[in-house]
Design a protein around this ligand. Structure first.
Ligand code: KG4
Ligand code: ZN
Length: 350
């Protein structure tokens, strides 16, 4: 360990990215990512078995790349962290087994951490220590949650989540029906720049008065996806061209409107002055603009890590590991499980 804090290695394999990050304190030293996304393209979604095999092949080269970038040796590592869940079971097992093997070989403590808490903690690498409490909006292909975060290492409370599709999943499905490649989020983002977000009025899920009582901070994107599909089908039935840019812009606006409205409301109602947005969808350019505007209007400070840190990566796991070490939290046992449905309230696997 040096004066700047312990060197922490983080491993992430919950979905289709094999990530290895190296962090010292809140300083990012390396963030090596190997993605199997192209192998899933023709299926229109991540195929678990393909992802697991790709992790197995990418693990050692990605580890070596991270160490080379940071200019450190594995023997220099003070502690390890790995995503223990939630995620694809087989994919998680590859990272968890690799991390346990390294922890044994190096004789260093290992933290099996929650993927969602890691998405929040990663912001420390860019904007310094997290304000406490913060509200976090996590939006990706696998999750869409609003969290109250009094302490990212020990106290993460769910305020709401999607009751059907994740936000990124909706982007991917709508992109598919518009004939755009997978993953669809970045393509919709690009198409929407040439479209009129007000040209087609798509529904805002769970925002009516009744739903705002029962599902105040929950999300629903499956009705929106169906509305887009119906609209496109009708156009095609009438033999008319589908205005892809307008559909993309209208759909994106509906998602962004609901996400930002509920996130700012959560801050206001919980008396929280800081909002962190993470997950792959946080890369969305319109989400960033609208969140900025609405946070400014509500007096909420907004923290969004740069896009490369928003998507799945090992640096986020290392960032949470470093914070756990800094706070003196006990590591997980080597027998901790990889838990595909790890609850968000469980920051460290035991
Ligand atoms: O966090 P992530 O890399 O992986 C998980 O799903 O956990 O997120 C990937 C998701 C995909 O659904 C992708 O379409 C979406 O993030 N995404 C975007 C953008 N970039 C990635 N969605 C909207 N706009 C973007 N610019
Ligand atoms: Zn994620």
């Amino acid at each position: 360990m040096t004066a700047d804090g312990p060197l922490v290695l983080g491993i992430e394999t919950s979905c289709d990215e094999t990530g290895v990050g190296l962090v010292r304190g809140t300083t990012l030293l390396a963030d090596a990512v190997a993605s199997s996304v192209l192998e899933h393209e023709r299926y229109g979604g991540v195929v678990p078995e393909v992802a697991s095999r790709a992790h197995l092949e990418a693990m050692v080269p990605t580890l070596e790349r991270a160490c080379a970038t940071a200019g450190v040796r594995l023997a220099d590592v003070d502690a390890l962290a790995v995503t223990a869940g939630p995620g694809l079971a087989g994919a998680l097992l590859v990272g968890d087994a690799a991390a346990k093997a390294l922890a044994v070989a190096l004789g260093r403590p290992l933290f099996g951490v929650n993927h969602l808490a890691a998405h929040v903690a990663v912001d420390q690498l860019e904007h310094g220590l997290l304000p406490e409490p913060a509200v976090a909006l996590l939006v990706s292909g696998g999750h869409s949650s609003l969290l109250l975060v009094p302490d990212v290492t020990a106290d993460v409370r769910p305020l709401g989540q999607t009751i059907d599709d994740a936000a990124g999943e909706a982007f991917d499905k709508v992109a598919r029906l518009l004939g755009l490649p997978f993953p669809g989020g970045p393509w919709i983002d690009r198409e929407a720049r040439d479209g009129d977000p007000a040209a087609i009025a798509f529904p805002r899920g769970l925002t009516g008065p009744h739903d705002m009582r029962r599902h105040r901070f929950d999300f629903s994107f499956s009705g929106l996806k169906t509305a887009v599909a119906r609209w496109v089908e009708q156009r095609e039935r009438q033999g008319e061209a589908v205005p892809v840019a307008d559909v993309a812009a209208g759909f994106q606006e509906a998602v962004v409107d609901v996400l930002t409205r509920k996130a700012v409301l959560a801050c206001r109602e919980h008396g929280v002055a800081d909002l962190v947005i993470g997950g792959g969808v946080a890369a969305n350019s319109r989400l960033r603009v609208v969140a900025e505007e609405r946070c400014a209007a509500a007096g909420v400070r907004l923290r969004v890590p740069r896009p490369g840190l928003c998507t799945d990566n090992g640096a986020m796991v290392a960032a949470l590991g470093a914070e756990l070490v800094r706070r003196g939290r006990p590591p997980s046992g080597l027998d901790h499980p990889a838990d595909s449905s790890m609850p968000v309230t469980e920051v460290v696997a035991r």
